[in-house]
Design a protein around this ligand. Structure first.
Ligand SMILES: *[C@@H]1O[C@H](CO)[C@@H](O)[C@H](O)[C@H]1NC(C)=O
Ligand SMILES: *[C@@H]1O[C@H](CO)[C@@H](O)[C@H](O)[C@H]1NC(C)=O
Ligand SMILES: *[C@@H]1O[C@H](CO)[C@@H](O)[C@H](O)[C@H]1NC(C)=O
Ligand SMILES: *[C@@H]1O[C@H](CO)[C@@H](O)[C@H](O)[C@H]1NC(C)=O
Length: 410
């Protein structure tokens, strides 16, 4: 499976491993990780060495990814007239994972040629019915023929051929990182691969690894802790709350609303995560109107409020101490604080307890032209929101300039 990126836009294409089974299975090399370079490798296959690599910054800046579960069809039109072209302009910064089966090379090339997107890779380690895997499992994973004859040659070939800049590993849960040879693979990936400087990986590299080792942490599906985590993490979730693939019988209530999706994004980013949203096209590759509507909705919201998301970092406080449905992010230069309002206050007055403004501070509501009046008292900041800005938005963002940041405890 395969991914794509640019500085702002990341499209992740994922190829079914099955399609590669015959093409890639290579049995002539037992050890694929003998270093060919004469330099001393920077990383060695231990977690203390691999975890020491800093995550390439483009990933943290991107914040939002789209994961597309594709069916059995080719998508030659994908690189051209698709609505993604418009959508990514609206949203500026997304990465997209797509599963599909055929024409990978052609697609990869078309996307490289015609868009400024880069590739990445979704890869499932686990293959239930592979005879090599079944044998290794019977041997309590004391043998590794599946890894040396299948997984490692395949991963390495995918990286060398398609130069993915995300490797989103999955299917690791039945065996340890030692069986999967994950550390050896990552050392090669970080030291020698054609994407060694830009690639990012997740944490699904062995039954004992998720949330502990690797690049960004995914922990479990739909992971959204609601508190700041010290390590970069990703909330991988589905717009259809019940499925990663398209379901013809899904009920409307089983899809996230636009407000629900924006809420996931806002909370995730405030707590230092990236959001990876799964979209399920039909088996003919159609993004049905419900998904299109949600994606366009997110795009439209980001077109106005993206400043609060992209290129930001978490603040000292994640949600406000008085109004817990307000979530903060701060610009990298720390000159602008963003407060995302998930619930509009009944009387149009928003009370915030986590900051104290100096008199020269200014508050703006993104998408609204005039400055917003406010009043600072000892125990709270009161902001008079313009009632006419309250028009069914999924969330609103205040941009606060020149503030004394107080992590208050009045
Ligand atoms: C971690 O990185 C720092 C600086 O890049 C380096 O000095 C240190 O030796 C590294 N530690 C390990 C265990 O590789
Ligand atoms: C991509 O660009 C190369 C070099 O310009 C060209 O030879 C190739 O045909 C292009 N491929 C596609 C699929 O557009
Ligand atoms: C695998 O482990 C089980 C349970 O620990 C044991 O009964 C079995 O004999 C082991 N099989 C092999 C091939 O070592
Ligand atoms: C902040 O958000 C968390 C997680 O949603 C919630 O449990 C907590 O009550 C919120 N804080 C306040 C002050 O409402």
């Amino acid at each position: 499976m395969l991914l794509i990126y640019n500085l702002c836009t990341v499209l992740i294409l994922c190829v079914s491993v099955k399609a590669y089974y015959n093409v890639i299975a290579r049995t002539d090399e037992e050890n694929n990780f003998i270093s060919r370079s004469t330099e001393i490798p920077k990383y060695v296959p231990t977690w203390s060495s691999l975890d020491n690599r800093s995550l390439p910054s483009w990933y943290d800046d991107a914040k939002l990814g789209i994961f597309i579960h594709w069916g059995v069809f080719s998508v030659p039109s994908f690189g051209s007239e698709w609505f993604w072209n418009n959508w990514k302009e609206e949203t500026k910064s997304v990465y997209v994972h797509i599963f599909f089966f055929y024409e990978l090379g052609e697609l990869a090339e078309a996307i490289r040629n015609k868009t400024d997107i880069r590739f990445g890779l979704y890869h499932s380690l686990y293959e239930w019915y592979n005879p090599l895997y079944i044998t290794d499992k019977k041997n309590n994973f004391t043998t590794d023929r599946f890894i040396t004859h299948k997984i490692m040659p395949e991963l390495r070939e995918l990286v060398e051929t398609y130069k993915p800049e995300i490797i989103w590993s999955d299917g690791d849960w039945e065996a340890s990182d030692t069986y999967w040879k994950s550390k050896e693979f990552l050392a090669w990936l970080y030291n020698e691969s054609p994407v060694k400087d830009t690639v990012v990986v997740n944490d699904r590299w062995g039954s004992n690894m998720p949330c502990h080792h690797g690049g960004f942490f995914t922990c479990s599906d739909r992971f959204n802790p609601g508190v700041l985590l010290p390590h970069k993490w990703e909330n991988c979730m589905t717009i259809d709350k019940k499925s990663w693939g398209f379901r013809r019988n899904a009920a409307l209530s089983e899809y996230y609303t636009l407000a629900g999706l924006v809420k996931e994004l806002v909370i995730t980013v405030s707590c230092g995560g990236n959001l990876l949203m799964n979209v399920g096209p039909t088996k003919d590759g159609i993004i049905t109107p419900i998904y299109e509507e949600r994606l366009r909705g997110i795009g439209a919201w980001l077109a106005v409020n993206g400043e609060a998301i992209y290129d930001t970092k978490p603040w000292t406080v994640q949600n406000d101490t008085l109004t817990g449905s307000v979530w903060y992010t701060i610009s990298k230069n720390e000159k602008q604080l963003f407060a995302s309002i998930l619930e509009w206050p009944d009387n149009n007055i928003l009370s915030l307890g986590s900051l104290k403004l100096s008199t020269n501070s200014q508050i703006y509501l993104l998408g609204y032209s005039s400055v917003i009046p406010w009043k600072q008292s000892n125990d709270k900041l009161e902001i008079n929101l313009p009632p006419n800005a309250h028009k069914g938005q999924p969330a609103w963002v205040l941009k606060i300039e020149i503030f004394q940041s107080v992590h208050t405890s009045y």
